[in-house]
Design a protein around this ligand. Structure first.
Ligand SMILES: [Zn+2]
Length: 105
């Protein structure tokens, strides 16, 4: 399946863009696989991500959106990684549960 171009969450639409991402650490060797640009409602994904890495990174950035821009601090990335890994396996291994949750009412 082709990567969707938008992500909807709490009545907001985030546009998903694949492009070169610069490191914010100033280290030329390191680069970011993804980022949330809160002020633009955008999720940036590095254009060189492999398809598998891109899927994981998209979900990682979605978890950042769920936690919100005020959730920050030293353990943020660890929390996001743990929740993302859990969600990947819940989603992949439980399609019936996902369909059930999608139903309204
Ligand atoms: Zn992160």
């Amino acid at each position: 399946m082709k990567q969707p171009q938008t992500f909807r969450y709490m009545s907001q639409t985030y546009h998903i863009k694949n492009e070169p991402l610069r490191s914010t650490s100033g280290d030329e060797e390191s680069f970011r696989m993804g980022e949330v640009r809160w002020h633009l409602n955008e999720i940036g994904l590095h254009e060189d991500n492999t398809p598998e890495c891109n899927r994981d990174t998209l979900l990682h950035e979605i978890v950042h959106v769920i936690l919100g821009m005020n959730f920050s601090g030293g353990e943020t990335e660890m929390v996001v990684d743990v929740v993302t890994r859990g969600m990947v396996h819940v989603i992949r291994e439980n399609p019936d549960i996902i369909k059930y949750i999608q139903e309204e009412g």
